[in-house]
Ligand binder design. Structure first.
Ligand SMILES: [Fe+2]
Ligand SMILES: [Fe+2]
Length: 227
């Protein structure tokens, strides 16, 4: 990630911190607290944060559009990563080998999307942020529920892609997003078809305990997708 982008991220983070600080001050007042240590710490931080943000805004002579595209693509990348994990973990739990294979193919296409997005982010001077997948919390559900979860993942991506396509009119970006959207629409169509043809939708699926890094024993440093 280049310095310009990094500094712009820093500005965002400090603005978030300032909002948090204000929330803490509000809570302090609401709870009628009378604690000198807390109040002096918060009072000390506020002008420093204000000052830091003001100076960064002066320094940050950046193309805001480029910065927002990088942030948007990283959000999309996270959705893709969720789907890669879901398709593969859930496929491993299926008895129906033909269906499992189909889902793994979907997962492979999501992986390709993630690769394309990552490269595009780097091309813009950003850094692909492989955030930890946030889904994959369920261990037992019916076959239909599992497929509905895949469907929600696809729909989430389509909503985001539509949003990106309507906001950013750069030709190359439109092409990248449009191609991914085409795949997601096809996945959605196929999932709906698979769901409608299920012979035993209530069949129980038990997902094995996943050995992915979010679980335990692994430090953040060893997790490549952690910000
Ligand atoms: Fe995808
Ligand atoms: Fe997809």
């Amino acid at each position: 990630m280049d310095l310009q982008i990094r500094l712009r991220y820093l500005q965002d983070k400090l603005e978030e911190a300032l909002t948090e600080l204000q929330g803490s001050l509000d809570a302090y007042e609401a709870e009628n607290r009378n604690d000198h240590d807390i109040l002096s710490t918060l009072s000390l931080l506020q002008p420093q944060l204000d000052d830091g943000i003001r100076k960064l805004k002066e320094i940050n002579d950046i193309d805001e559009q480029r910065f927002h595209i990088i942030k948007f693509l990283n959000t999309l990348l996270k959705v893709e990563y969720n789907k890669i994990f879901e398709y593969n973990y859930y496929a491993d739990a299926l008895e129906n080998a033909a269906l499992a294979d189909k889902l793994r193919v979907f997962g492979a296409i999501e992986r390709e999307h993630a690769r394309i997005l990552g490269e595009y982010i780097e091309k813009l001077g950003g850094e692909p942020r492989f955030n930890p997948p946030e889904l994959h919390t369920r261990r037992t559900f019916t076959l239909e529920e599992m497929l509905q979860e895949h469907l929600r993942g696809e729909e989430r991506a389509i909503v985001l892609l539509d949003e990106g396509l309507s906001i950013y009119n750069d030709g190359e970006l439109q092409w990248v997003l449009g191609n991914i959207r085409k795949d997601e629409l096809e996945h959605k169509r196929m999932l709906l078809q698979i769901i409608s043809e299920l012979e035993n939708p209530a069949q129980t699926v038990r997902v094995a305990v996943a050995k992915w890094a979010a679980d335990e024993h692994i430090s953040d440093e060893d997790r490549p997708w952690v910000e």
